[in-house]
Write a new protein. Structure first.
Length: 534
């Protein structure tokens, strides 16, 4: 009997591998369906504006029972009926996809670490065919949780470090392969595998993912295997650079910014100037009665803010209290450029392994130029901190945020700069429950009093790179204690935490506090695993 079960398991694994291979090869060639907001037109706008669902993401994630164009035609006919019921119409034509995730109830006797180990299987998804706005990807993946049931880009890296801590390297590799699939299919890694997220990306942590896997597998072979995809990622972020250099007046094109000294840095951007479909009502409310040209710029900046992952924060606002003053596309962000520096360095190192010294030198010089420009334009001597640069105003934005830790994480800060940043982190950012994201309390979720797992991780490791282990350990201790405190009370891990008053929940933003939660699980597990190894 055991032998039969073993053979069955082998057969099932082979079948799963075949299905993944089919999606990986054939799926990359198939056209992606139109996004629901584009296909449904007036019907989509009406559902979102009337809040048929309190969360705008709910409707756009539903699965249509017919082709979207057919549903649109039926709507145009039925709306003429005086008794037309919009909610009934939507309920008749759409349904929610039920994933076959195991039912889960928190065990109050489990430690947070045990809780997370059980959650990995609960948060695992397989989706090998398009379902409404959800795009098929070949391999299983871990979702953040709550309203987020896709493979998100920068969330995935912090999920992966937790999977690695728990020895789930197969799933780490699956998620990286899903990313490479999307690079092949779309030319970049989108915000998430949804049709309505295909106009924007997220903070580019792909080279960090590759290096994470390279620590477990053969380093040389791993870097070589993923080099074409790192180059694809780099081309996406630098697209438009040559055209920009031929334009005398323009200083920015797509995601590329030409700085005053001719150096090329990057910004967050989006390919559309319309409201985000998942937040259509919120964006149109923000725009108010402004004219078309102003509202298009506003929608672009809101979308670019979403690409940054910091959606939203006073970091992107001219007036810290007013989201309508958002101007993300005017800003050269310090974190984005540090991540692209890491990508350039990783590409250079890989070419060196291939005995391609000219190409290695080319990317090393690009990295060196970027590092010099970050120091030149983003180091603020008065604040003794790294700050985003507003290239339209030709000055730094003045917003002191945790993004200023990224030059330490990327190892491009000088020792004196690192010392000043560490002192500022300890003095202004470190609270009883960990690190606040910014020093302003505005009601936006990426501002005080909220703390977020990925930024705790980046800060801890950035400080360690320069020898500030005592401060890093203090941050780690306080953050883990905050997670433990909430877990003891709620029996769950959540998306963000109030680090100023750890007994109160994190809040702010466009949606309610989400539990699950992918990157909190990942960072918590990775930090706890350090102690377990000792």
């Amino acid at each position: 009997m055991p032998k039969i079960n073993k053979l069955s398991s082998i057969g099932l694994a082979s079948e799963e591998a075949l299905k993944s291979a089919l999606v990986s090869t054939a799926g990359a060639l198939m056209l992606t369906k139109e996004s629901p907001d584009e296909a449904l037109g007036e019907l989509f706008d009406l559902v979102q504006q009337r809040q048929v669902y309190s969360d705008g993401k709910t409707f756009i994630d539903l699965i249509p029972r017919k082709r979207l164009k057919q549903i649109r035609k039926e709507y145009l006919v039925e709306r003429e009926d005086p008794n037309f019921d919009l909610q009934e119409f939507v309920g008749r034509h759409f349904y929610e996809f039920e994933h076959k995730a195991p039912t889960y109830f928190s065990n109050t006797e489990h430690t947070p670490r045990e809780h997370i180990k059980e959650l990995w299987r609960v948060l695992e998804r397989r989706n090998r065919r398009d379902r409404g706005s959800l795009i098929a990807i070949p391999y299983p993946y871990i979702v953040p949780g709550g309203r987020f049931v896709e493979q998100y880009y920068w969330d995935s890296y912090f999920i992966m470090i937790g999977l690695a801590a728990d020895g789930k390297w197969g799933r780490v590799e699956d998620m990286i392969r899903n990313s490479t699939y999307m690079i092949r299919k779309f030319g970049f890694i989108p915000n998430g595998n949804r049709t309505y997220l295909l106009s924007r990306s997220q903070p580019p942590f792909f080279s960090h993912m590759v290096r994470l896997l390279a620590r477990h597998q053969n380093r040389h072979l791993t870097l070589l295997e993923y080099l074409p995809y790192m180059l694809g990622e780099y081309r996406f972020w630098m697209r438009g650079k040559r055209t920009l250099d031929k334009m005398d007046e323009a200083s920015a094109l797509r995601r590329v910014v030409r700085m005053p000294d001719g150096t090329h840095l990057n910004r967050y951007f989006d390919n559309k100037k319309t409201p985000r479909p998942e937040s259509l009502r919120e964006d149109t409310d923000t725009a108010g009665q402004t004219d078309k040209e102003i509202s298009e710029k506003l929608f672009l900046d809101l979308r670019a803010g979403a690409e940054s992952g910091w959606d939203f924060s006073s970091r992107w606002f001219k007036d810290p209290k007013e989201i309508s003053s958002i101007h993300t596309t005017d800003i050269v962000p310090v974190d984005l450029n540090c991540l692209l520096y890491h990508l350039e360095v990783t590409i250079a190192e890989t070419y060196q392994l291939m005995f391609q010294p000219l190409l290695a030198r080319r990317y090393r010089r690009l990295a060196e130029k970027r590092a010099a420009a970050i120091n030149k334009y983003m180091w603020d001597e008065g604040e003794q901190f790294f700050i985003d640069y507003d290239f339209r105003a030709s000055e730094r934005t003045g917003r002191v945020t945790l993004a200023g830790i990224f030059p330490l994480y990327a190892k491009i800060a000088t020792p004196n700069q690192a010392k000043a940043v560490a002192e500022r982190i300890e003095k202004d950012f470190l609270k009883d429950g960990g690190l606040v994201t910014t020093l302003l309390e505005t009601g936006q979720q990426w501002d005080s009093p909220n703390g977020w797992a990925p930024l705790q991780w980046v800060t801890i490791y950035g400080l360690r790179e320069y020898g500030y282990h005592t401060l890093a350990d203090r941050i780690k201790e306080r953050w883990l204690k905050t997670c433990d405190t909430v877990y003891e009370r709620e029996n769950k891990m959540v998306e963000k935490y109030n680090v100023v008053t750890p007994n109160e929940p994190g809040g702010g933003g466009e949606y309610t506090l989400q539990d699950g939660f992918g990157w909190t699980n990942g960072v918590y597990s990775a930090l706890k695993a350090e102690d377990e190894k000792r």
